[in-house]
Ligand binder design. Sequence first.
Ligand code: SAH
Ligand code: SF4
Ligand code: F3S
Length: 443
Amino acid sequence: MSGPKRKVYIRTFGCQMNVADSELMAQLLADDYDLTTSPGEADLYLVNTCAIRRKSEAKVLSLLGELRSLKRRRPELIIGVGGCVAQQEGERLLAQVPHLDLVFGTRGIYRLPRLVSRAARERTVDVDLEEGCAPPPRRRWAPGKAQAFVTIMQGCDNFCSFCVVPYVRGREVSRPPEHIIAEVADFLAQGGAEVTLLGQNVNSYGRGLAEPVIFPELLRRLAALPGLRRLRFATSHPKDLSPELIGLFGALPVLCEHLHLPVQAGADRVLAAMNRGYSRQDYLEKVEQLRAACPDLSLSTDLIVGFPGETEADFQDTLDLVRRAGFHQAFSFKYSPRPQTRAAALPDQVPEEIKTDRLVRLNELLGEMQLAAHHRLVGREAEVLVEGRSKRSPWELAGRLRTNQVVNFSGPPHLVGRFATVRLTAAHPHSLRGELASGPPPA
Ligand code: SAH
Ligand code: SF4
Ligand code: F3S
């Protein structure tokens, strides 16, 4: 192609899987489009969307509304919406948003170059979940990148009664281990150091592969790759957390001492109505086994308040479970009814003000626990992978501990993307403060 390349701007909402998908979108379009960070100069504007709660969806619709004026100023601009809202709404989005050119679903990203060319000529929809979904043979990594997300499986078969993911991401499909290993090896060869494996339920990885490989085996194979310093994964479903996987914590040196294990609720009848497949006792026993295997493990979770039928006593069970499990970090949400899901049709929907009240009380407890967990680290020295600088000052750096907590400290900008040793000096609710003890010299 001659002349300057066209420009694509990508706005990403939602989870890490969407972040990884957006990177892939940029890569797939790279022959024709360069990525830009200023929406005003884009020839192609893509929005990667999230449908997990009504609020997530509302954000997308309001952004699409704002894009009308951009399109009016530049009629040749192509606007495309992908991801989970696109998958859920399909044609309806085109009807609802007249200045929209393209709607592509969660597995349409692999067909994106073709779809964009077509959208330049006619309004286009592709929300096929069945058609081939092969990621490109080779992923391109930004130079100097130390941390990467690697998708190891698509979709989800669990059908938790509150959750839209199985409807918008389709059935569970695992990527062959050779592809994952090659992708990670490639990343490490280019200077990568930390990898987070992604899937809606990584514990069921490998089902349906020609040669089934269980998740712990995948972890062991990856752990053997030279150059890997940190390995993480998300998300683990408690019902499928096997003794073998628990045993890897503390035994595989590259596996970070952190596990995200969403519990959702603390009352057995709510867990059953959520179709989660475990009891509070099962969950607490797994936590005990994890702590026995790896005493330094930091544990994070997701919680939902106000699931249909949740009583004050049920909510008290959630608070009690939170105290017993001793979470280091948690994400809490008000239940939000989602299209197609079973829970949306249940009677006894909890009134909004009760949901809000429970969320406030839960967050108070979680905030105290998170701060206490940070306080316990003060005075120690720890390894930080520096992820970036603060917007305020290039000498203000931010990174993560192996246990996933965020640390802010002053240090030279060349440390970005590298490991440093930091003395932890103060605890805040959402982060720790530290002082640089030692780090590598400029490259
Ligand atoms: N696959 C992951 C979670 C994906 S969604 C897992 O199984 O844990 C991330 C979180 O969003 C969930 O853990 C849940 O806490 C929350 N969530 C999902 N659907 C929701 C809904 N309808 N209302 C409120 N929160 C929801
Ligand atoms: Fe949703 Fe449950 Fe699947 Fe997680 S495991 S994505 S919460 S259905
Ligand atoms: Fe949202 Fe889709 Fe992820 S609904 S949380 S972007 S899988």
